[in-house]
Design a protein around this ligand. Structure first.
Ligand code: NAP
Ligand code: HSE
Length: 431
């Protein structure tokens, strides 16, 4: 059996998963890859840290040149995260003709052009299955199995941390902060969980999926993004009462050749296929013009699920014989697509307001909605007899621009104390 030396950049949550899989499934991997894989160096910040796994101290290093300057290392696995120095290290590795595997959606989504130009120039393999939806092989599906299709839309839960938080809030009444702490302890969250909570992580992943599925280039800043920080236990309570669950969803839709791209918390009916995707699970609904509706489901974060995708990429490189060849020109196939303005997107909306309990307040609010071409699907009024009452509207489908105008008008009304929250509502297809 041939031997191949690889190096890991990072030995955190994902690194530990990769290490465990390479050891636990050693025989199967050896058979499938056709190589004995030897992890010969691992870059870390602190070689003395207790990592809870049995890694020989001699292979840990804090000097990246121990890896780049070692010609016997043929694959570098970047699982440290962040842009710098991770991107710089990936480029250095490729310039030394080493193949690269990464789980780093931040770097791929924001530096794709630079990274892929080096891939092309150096003719190395660059794989990043773990960068989107952890253990779900969505990138391979889009790049290989679904290439016969025109993808019409994708809707996904593609962040494990926020799905864990929302699940805990919905099913167990856990507070936001406690649920986030648990997600961090379980190894799901980014080093800085702001990326998860504010929806940046989802936007990076959506940019990667969109660029592959729609053969285009996506500037992450073009993606409309809202995180889950504003979702309160009150919203969860109303959602339950109305028969919905709240999920952080990523959307990309082909609208006559343009793209609608958005990331935001969404109320979905309890019977929606994504409604029971709980805990750190992710799921992606793909709508292709040939395959129809397809849903992929699995663990979106965590050491072993993510390690599964990383090790799968290492095996794919080995099965390709570690060959270094000039790559096809990726840019030739790029289609420029306009991104639709959010004002022109359509949705149902949940509007929660605190209003004065005075006669005619409900009629006034309904009239503002009506004037802005918004019809009401359902309404709940809570707290009758108190100075202020809670008012919740679910609207029929309308333009976001109409909602924005109505909200501005409501805010000016002396009977409205506060617009507490606005959440888009997704309906089940064809309903
Ligand atoms: P992590 O637990 O924070 O681990 C990062 C590792 O990188 C640590 O071992 C750290 O060393 C090392 N490191 C960081 N900066 C370094 C530097 N400048 N020089 C040397 N070593 C450095 O992160 P993680 O959760 O494993 O995530 C790693 C990557 O995978 C990120 O890109 C993340 O987005 C992605 N990812 C994570 C998951 C997940 O479920 N966690 C899933 C999919 C993708 P020390 O240990 O010595 O501090
Ligand atoms: N922090 C990310 C998540 C890791 O929670 O989904 C997987 O990309």
């Amino acid at each position: 059996m041939k031997n191949v030396k690889i190096a890991l950049l990072g030995l955190g949550n994902v690194g530990r998963g990769v290490w465990k899989i390479l050891n636990t499934n050693k025989e199967e991997i050896r058979q499938r890859a056709g190589y004995d894989i030897e992890v010969s160096k691992i870059l870390v910040r602190d070689v003395n840290k207790d990592r809870g796994i049995n890694v020989p101290k001699g292979i840990l290093t804090t000097n990246p040149d121990d890896i780049f300057e070692d010609d016997s290392i043929q694959i570098v696995v970047e699982i440290m995260g962040g842009i710098e120095p991770a991107k710089d290290y990936m480029i250095k590795a490729m310039e030394k003709k080493k193949h690269v595997v990464t789980a780093n959606k931040f770097a791929i989504a924001t530096c794709a052009e630079e990274l892929f130009s080096v891939v092309k120039k150096e003719g190395v393999m660059f794989k990043y299955e773990a960068s989107v939806a952890g253990g779900i092989p969505i990138i391979n599906q889009i790049n290989d199995s679904l290439t016969a299709n025109k993808i019409k839309e994708m809707i996904g839960i593609i962040n494990g941390t926020t799905n864990y938080i929302l699940t805990k809030m919905h099913l167990e009444g856990t507070s936001f902060d406690d649920a986030l702490k648990e997600a961090q302890e379980k190894g799901y969250a980014e080093a800085d969980p702001t990326s998860d909570v504010e929806g940046y992580d989802v936007a990076y992943k959506l940019a990667i999926l969109t660029s592959l599925a729609f053969e285009t280039k996506i500037d992450v800043n073009q993606i409309y993004r809202e995180g889950i920080r504003n979702i309160t236990s009150m919203d969860i309570k109303y959602a339950k009462e109305l028969g919905y669950v709240i999920k952080l969803l990523a959307f990309v839709k082909d609208i006559d050749g343009n793209l609608e791209l958005r990331v935001h918390p969404t109320m979905i009916p309890e019977r929606h296929p994504l409604a029971n995707v709980n805990d750190s699970f992710n799921a992606i609904l793909v709508r292709g013009n040939a395959v129809g509706d397809l849903m992929m489901y699995g663990r979106g974060a965590g050491d072993l699920p993510t390690g599964s995708a990383v090790v799968g990429d290492i095996i794919a490189i080995l099965r390709n014989g570690l060959s270094v060849n000039p790559q096809e020109n990726r840019d030739e196939n790029v289609i420029v697509r306009d991104i639709n303005d959010m004002e022109n997107t359509k949705s149902r909306y949940y509007i929660r307001a605190t209003v004065k309990d005075v006669p005619g307040v409900l009629a006034e609010m309904a009239s503002i909605l009506g004037k802005n071409d918004i019809s009401v699907l359902s309404v709940i009024q809570k707290g009758k007899g108190k100075e202020n009452v809670g008012l919740v509207f679910i609207t029929h489908e309308t333009l976001e621009g109409n909602i924005n105008r109505a909200i501005e008008e409501m805010k000016k009304s002396p009977t409205v104390e506060e617009i507490d929250n606005i959440i888009r509502v997704e309906k089940i297809k064809n309903q």
